[in-house]
Design a protein around this ligand. Structure first.
Ligand code: F6R
Length: 245
């Protein structure tokens, strides 16, 4: 694992965007695995600026997102499809038909999850997977549990995650109870992984990810087994790692 400590969220976002931009320059038809949440918003803003300046080109890029709430369609302003359109896709020269988010409107979980896995497979695999991390060490919607789920699957969201995400909904009752998410195996099959973490709320999870035992109780700890992981974290998220080094 390569770990870069930066001072601020802005610095984290610039560095992350530069790494993604480099990937796009080196391989213009890259398959990018993307995440939602507050962590990558600044990264996407930097990518939009770079695209506007003509430094990066999305015309041959394919994107595959990690997860989506079950039951929300792309027009719902809290769906992850809406988030991606709003925070990135609507502002760059990407072909929308080459952007894939699990389809929350497919009620049959098996069908929705198989379709997403098939997209990963037929795309030739993800070149660079961008990840955020939950305060409990989750990646995508893979919550702490007793095993590492291999493929895209349906999950029942924990109260902690629903609570954390309720800030984006009118009330916690409006937060969906289930989601479709890429599995740990789907994430680990990406050629490169870029994990971002900012803020003190991520410090314990980040420490456990890097130095803790590899356990499905801290899903991100599995990244220790991946051959090409880059972590960019701000000072607050790095606090425990720095203290225990
Ligand atoms: C979202 C995702 C989640 C988030 C995580 C952190 O696609 O995969 O695992 O990365 O919940 O969320 P934020 O960035 O809002 O702190």
């Amino acid at each position: 694992m390569k770990i870069y400590e930066v001072k601020t969220y802005d610095e984290m976002s610039r560095k992350a965007a530069n790494i993604i931009a480099a990937q796009m320059v080196l391989k213009p038809n890259s398959v990018l695995g993307l995440a939602t949440g507050s962590t990558p918003v600044g990264t996407y803003q930097n990518l939009i600026e770079a695209n506007k300046k003509g430094d990066i080109d999305f015309s041959e890029i394919t994107t595959i997102n990690l997860d989506e709430y079950q039951g929300l369609d792309g027009d719902h302003d809290q769906s992850y499809r809406y988030f991606m359109n709003d925070n990135l896709f609507n502002h760059v020269n990407i072909r929308k038909e080459c952007t894939y988010v699990p389809d929350g409107t497919i009620g049959d979980a098996d069908e929705a999850c198989k379709a997403h896995e098939e997209i990963i497979r037929t795309s030739g695999g993800i070149d660079l997977q961008l990840l955020g991390i939950g305060g409990n060490g989750h990646i995508a919607f893979n919550e702490p549990c007793d095993h590492f789920p291999a493929k895209t699957h349906v999950v029942t969201l924990t109260e902690e995650t629903r609570e954390a995400n309720s800030r984006f909904f009118a009330s916690i009752d409006d937060v969906p109870t289930h989601a479709y998410t890429m599995g740990i195996g789907s994430i680990m099959s990406a050629k490169k992984i870029l994990l971002l973490a900012n803020g003190a709320a991520k410090a314990q999870a980040l420490y456990d990810t890097v130095y803790g035992p590899i356990t499905p109780q801290v899903p991100a700890s599995v990244l220790q087994l991946h051959p090409d992981v880059t972590i960019i974290a701000d000072e607050a998220a790095m606090a425990l790692i720095r203290k225990n080094r």
